[in-house]
Design a binder for this molecule. Structure first.
Ligand code: KG4
Ligand code: ZN
Length: 346
């Protein structure tokens, strides 16, 4: 079936749009990041995020359609992120997507944000075959998922408190780094030697593949306070703390990911989410997977983080599956937006 899907992503602080074509692949993708808007507040301010999506989304849809060379009359569906995410931000994308789909007389497809992250690697030239284990590590999520095929996902483990990216950002803030601090902390860690701190590797000794990062964050905070009180919190100390923290997070992520791969008897591991950009994590995962005769796959950097391409692509997969079942949705449809949404119900 020849089809073209417009994808819209507004679940957090990126407004993103893309056009995916069944035969020609990804035709265009555009993104507006709100990082500068939220930086002064040290984190995403939900109300500001919603308002900015309202301002940016329609011009971005226009620009993306123009870049793709596709007219609205050629589109088969509008796919949009329906959750999980910030409810106000989701509602902006969802209402605009359903409005456009109604006007264009095509279906609007609600997409699960994490399903789209899981499948983003398949947009690359040499995509990994199913089945695989996926490690999703972003500012909002940390989870390990067994992906048996399209629509067949088993969540193996997730974080019990902070997401890995959130732990990076909060620890970076403790060290006086600007928001979002993950990449800054990683850069600082290059100059440090954290071996002397022996920070905990949270949950690594526990069976299973759940994560917990709040204890580690507290351990770093205590060391920062100690150093501050002793007047020793200089640049060298900050770099050592950053390295100690990063080593502990990476050890934990690698340990649990490899455990999940072995437990499921898989050969392939895919990584998605912003923390997947971390150089140490990438090196350590490659080594660990090679040791067990497996491989690691990443989407290109811009599709590791939030983007419209993964939404358009996942929408196209759903459209194809619905056509095969003979259950194509009618034009327009109800607005779906859910702050929380279990992946297994997607
Ligand atoms: O997937 P993402 O762009 O946004 C969502 O959270 O949805 O992930 C952003 C997160 C932030 O917490 C950021 O600090 C972290 O990914 N991050 C990193 C690195 N680059 C981005 N964390 C550690 N090392 C990095 N190099
Ligand atoms: Zn995301």
């Amino acid at each position: 079936m020849q089809s073209v899907v417009l994808g819209i992503e507004t679940s957090c602080d990126e407004t993103a749009v893309a056009v995916y074509h069944a035969e020609r692949g990804l035709l265009a993708h555009r993104l507006h990041s709100q990082i500068a808007l939220h930086a002064g507040y040290g984190g995403v301010v939900p109300e500001l995020a919603s308002r900015d999506h309202i301002r940016k989304l329609l011009p971005l849809v226009d620009a993306t359609l123009t870049a793709s060379g596709i007219r609205p009359g050629q589109l088969s569906a509008v796919a949009y992120t329906a959750g999980p995410g910030l409810i106000g931000a989701l509602l902006v994308g969802a209402t605009m997507a359903v409005g456009l789909a109604t006007a264009w007389n095509i279906p609007a497809l609600p997409i699960h944000h994490m399903e789209a992250h899981l499948l983003a690697t398949l947009l690359e030239d040499d995509p990994p075959a199913f089945p695989f284990v996926a490690l999703l590590v972003s500012g909002g999520h940390t989870m390990l998922v067994d992906v048996q095929g399209f629509g067949r996902y088993e969540v193996l483990g997730q974080t019990l408190d902070d997401a890995a990216g959130e732990a990076f950002d909060k620890t970076a803030k403790l060290l006086g780094l600007p928001y979002p601090g993950g990449p800054e902390l990683a850069a600082l860690a290059e100059f440090g030697d954290g071996a002397r701190f022996a920070f905990p590797r949270p949950m690594l000794r526990h069976p299973g593949v759940d994560f917990s990062f709040s204890g580690l964050k507290t351990a770093v905070m205590l060391r920062v306070r100690e150093a501050e009180a002793a007047g020793r919190l200089d640049d060298a100390m900050r770099a050592d703390l950053a390295d100690g923290f990063q080593q502990a997070v990476v050890d934990t992520l690698v340990g649990k990911a490899v455990r999940a791969v072995k437990q499921q008897g898989r050969q392939r591991l895919i990584i998605a989410g912003g923390v997947g950009a971390n150089r140490l994590l990438r090196e350590r995962l490659r080594t660990a997977m090679t040791e067990i005769g497996g491989t690691v796959h990443y989407p290109r950097a811009e599709f590791c983080t939030d983007n419209g391409a993964m939404i358009a692509f996942t929408g196209w997969l759903h459209l194809q599956a619905a056509a095969a079942r003979g259950t194509l949705a009618p034009p327009g449809g109800t607005v779906h937006a859910r702050a929380r949404w279990n992946l297994q119900e997607a």
